[in-house]
Ligand binder design. Structure first.
Ligand code: HEC
Length: 114
């Protein structure tokens, strides 16, 4: 990551944390949860960090279409160890699949539920 990118990531994180304090009484929407809990590693567009965090842009959807893959997606440490409720995690994963995937989900995609 270049220094400029890192600085803007820190800036974005600080802004998100500031927003978080102001709205701490209500549950967060998926984009906020992603920014707070996942974006640091997975980066804003899901492309990841070379040699450290794999891109999720081409893999999330295929995984979500297979029982084994669905299990994997909810069991990776980032998902399983997040502080989100099952319902929030399900909503977040659905949002990630719809928003960060390079290809839009097909009709075969069954959204995650609590
Ligand atoms: C500390 C860094 C880090 C954070 C924070 C993090 N992840 Fe991850 N994530 C990884 C790494 C590294 C992998 C690859 C692990 C593997 O393949 O076993 C990964 C893999 C995944 C995968 C597998 C998907 C794929 O297509 O390979 C999913 C889904 C995922 N993370 C979701 C999340 C979610 C949701 C959050 C936030 C709630 C999150 N992660 C936060 C580092 C992180």
């Amino acid at each position: 990551m270049r220094a400029a990118q890192r600085t803007s990531l820190i800036g974005a994180s600080a802004a998100v944390i500031a927003i978080g304090f102001c709205t701490s009484l209500r549950a967060y929407e998926p984009p906020t949860n992603y920014a707070l809990q996942c974006m640091g590693c997975h980066t804003p567009d899901g492309a990841g960090i070379a040699d450290r965090v794999p891109s999720i842009r081409d893999t999330l959807l295929p995984f979500a279409l297979m029982p084994e893959g669905r299990r994997f997606i909810v069991q990776v440490p980032g998902s399983a160890q997040s502080t989100l409720s099952n319902a929030e995690l399900a909503e977040l994963l659905n949002w990630m699949i719809r928003t960060l995937s390079t290809k839009p989900p097909t009709d075969l995609f069954v959204p995650f539920t609590e």
